[in-house]
Ligand binder design. Structure first.
Ligand code: K7E
Ligand code: CUA
Length: 630
């Protein structure tokens, strides 16, 4: 029996066999070739995982050396994990190792419990869109380590980049990236987060204003560099082929982007035809020099530098090195020591190690590829433990493979020797992420495999299955990888960043000075008709009342309501919920929000608080009276 699904990036690696594994028919490869080493090690791996779960003894370690992962009631996790929500449009915050979901941060989605897309400010940020497709949440770093300030995440659907303020765990800026469709890869320029990069996946006419509609040859995609403070797009580079994922070197010099479809095809057959595609290495300082020197074209108010293969800027010392790698490289990540960028073939069983320092010396950029281990079927993404090991997801094999980075440089191309072990995951992993793997100093204890399919792992809930995020202990090189737990995930996490709790210091209540709007204290409430058809209301909320028992307006008025939650006690939230007006604005302690709406329906509307804030929560309601036009 076979059935069909598709991976997010449109590749047709989509048939499953009876083992719930996806096959890759068009490669014409015999899967058994890749199973030999993998099957045995994988079976052992899952066995070890089982004993790890069952034999949890009293000394805080399991019999197989896995530290306690059941965080007892009232205790905190050691790590924060920030998982993208995919086309749910949000970012989820989990605790590790419990895998408990602690919070969701709405980003590109309208979400009522947090009022995102309800108050004026977040509505303006969303700019009319109701959804986005988050893939790659990356945390800001200083000196190659998490600094606890911001997270950034892309919207693949609508070409945007968002910033999440980690003081409040809330989205505080969204930029619409011009000249880019399908912002897929996302990443910060290290070591100090000087830029945020957005990688354009879909090739489109440039500018995409109705010209060149049926001339795919002229379509193009861009890399965008965004200022992390202002969230302005600073410059872009136009390139050949589709781009996909990206990662930067740890010293700020290079940005690497994978790509597929180097021939510029417009259907699946054309897109998967070339045996080689490119990893592009962007020389960031060289590009910035050209921008300084005015060597760009301004398109939609952005400086666009020509980085296509035929560009004069790629003669001699190129600004973009096109590194030919096997078929459709998808994931790319830089090793913690900044030695290699590792790109995985997706439609090829090998992975390419690009020696970063060699890029300046070689004539043919392909000569910078210094290792090409054969890891298994459908290698996608690679994470690191800081002990010289790499962990790569094998999408088609439904496994995670652990391998030795230096051994891969020493081994012959296509050698399986660098492989240390494989573990089965359930099923079809996309990304995987190890604790602080994107920093220069990963913690090397926990790893999450973000699996696209869960099939039969959970109680059935109808035809839409959850995905399965699996926690794997990687801290014991002797025992090897140990599967610790399954955790169902609502569609659909792609990538994640894991940060030690000591590096984050979120606020417990709002600091009114951080907000644009003026705080409204008790006694300062007012209702003012500021124009014939405009009423401004300023009021507070507290247990268990709003600043006014009644607010009377005329049908057709525009009503601007500014509300402060004047509580100083943490965890006491109120909201302003207005029935039949589609409004629910959440108000955390000391938070002030504004909502503007047309009072277009005459009648009585009990605006109320939707957070169960006290024993008299139900009584916390007042009347909005809309008098009919005469
Ligand atoms: Cu592989 Cu967007 Cu990083 Cu999905 S991407 S898995
Ligand atoms: Cu305030 Cu319920």
């Amino acid at each position: 029996m076979t059935d069909h699904t598709t991976h997010d990036d449109g590749t047709d690696v989509s048939e499953t066999d009876d083992d719930n594994r996806l096959l890759l028919p068009q490669l014409g490869l015999d899967r058994r070739d890749f199973m030999k080493a993998g099957a045995a090690a994988g079976a052992m791996g899952s066995l070890a995982g089982c004993t790890g779960v069952l034999n949890n003894d009293d000394d805080g370690e399991t019999a197989t050396g896995v530290p306690d992962h059941d965080v007892p009631p009232g205790e905190h996790d050691e790590y924060y994990a920030f998982l993208s929500g995919g086309h749910a449009g949000d970012v989820r915050v989990h605790g590790l190792p419990s895998m408990r979901e602690i919070m969701r941060i709405p980003v590109f989605n309208v979400e009522s419990a947090r009022g995102h897309g309800h108050d004026d400010e977040s509505r303006e940020m969303l700019d009319g869109y109701r959804w986005g497709d988050t893939h790659h949440p990356r945390l800001s770093q200083t000196d190659n380590d998490y600094d606890g300030r911001f997270a950034y995440v892309n919207d693949k659907a609508n070409g945007r980049m968002a910033r999440i303020d980690l003081k409040y765990f809330e989205t505080d800026a969204i930029v619409d990236i011009p000249n880019q469709q399908g912002t897929h890869g996302a990443c910060a320029q290290l070591p100090d987060t000087d830029l945020i990069f957005g990688v354009g996946e879909f090739r489109v006419p440039m500018p995409n204003d109705g010209r060149d509609l049926t001339d795919p040859e002229s379509y193009t995609s861009t890399l965008a560099a965004i200022d992390p403070e202002t969230m302005n797009v600073e410059w872009q580079v136009q390139i050949d082929g589709n781009m996909d994922n990206g990662d930067g070197s740890k010293d700020g010099r290079w940005f690497f982007a994978t790509g597929y479809n180097s021939e510029g095809g417009i259907n699946e057959q054309e897109m998967t035809r070339p045996d080689r595609d490119w990893v592009k290495a962007f020389d960031i300082p060289a590009i910035e020099e050209l921008v300084e020197a005015g060597e760009y074209e301004t398109i939609n108010d952005v400086a666009v530098v020509d980085g296509t293969r035929d560009s004069p800027h790629n003669d001699g010392d190129p600004i973009v090195h096109y590194i030919a790698t096997p078929k459709s490289p998808h994931g790319v990540s830089v090793t913690p020591d900044n030695e290699y960028a590792i790109a995985s073939g997706k439609l090829d069983p090998t992975t390419a190690l690009i020696e970063i320092d060699a890029l300046d010396d070689v004539d043919d950029p392909t000569d910078a590829i210094v290792g090409r281990p054969r890891l298994g079927m459908g290698p996608l993404h690679t994470a690191y433990d800081g002990r010289g090991h790499a962990y790569t997801t094998l999408f088609i094999d439904s496994q995670v493979v652990k391998w030795d980075i230096e051994a891969a440089v020493e081994a012959e191309p296509e050698s399986e020797e660098p492989i240390i072990e494989k573990i089965d995951v359930h099923y079809n992993p996309g990304h995987l992420i190890a604790a602080e793997s994107y920093t220069a100093d990963p913690q090397g204890d926990w790893l999450i495999s973000l699996n696209k399919l869960s099939k039969d792992r959970f109680l059935p809930v109808g035809p839409v299955h959850p995905e399965n995020d699996q926690l794997i202990y990687i801290g014991d090189d002797e025992e090897g990888m140990q599967l610790v737990k399954d955790s169902p995930a609502y569609a659909e996490p792609h990538d994640a960043s894991i940060c030690h709790r000591s590096k984050l210091d979120p606020a417990d209540v709002y600091d009114p000075d951080d907000l644009e709007l003026d705080h409204v204290s008790a006694g300062d409430e007012s209702i003012e008709r500021v124009a014939d058809d405009r009423v401004e209301v300023e009021m507070y909320s507290m247990r268990n009342e709003f600043g006014f028992e009644d607010i009377t307006v005329q049908e057709g008025d525009t009503v601007e309501m500014t509300v402060t939650n004047i509580e100083t006690t943490s965890d006491i939230l109120h909201s302003l919920a207005i029935p039949e007006y589609d409004i629910n604005v959440k108000l955390a302690p000391q938070e002030t929000r504004k909502v503007t709406f047309e009072a277009d329906k005459p009648g009585v509307y009990w605006f109320y608080c939707a957070f169960f804030c006290s024993a008299l929560h139900l009584e916390m309601r007042s009347r909005l009276i809309v008098e009919p036009e005469d």
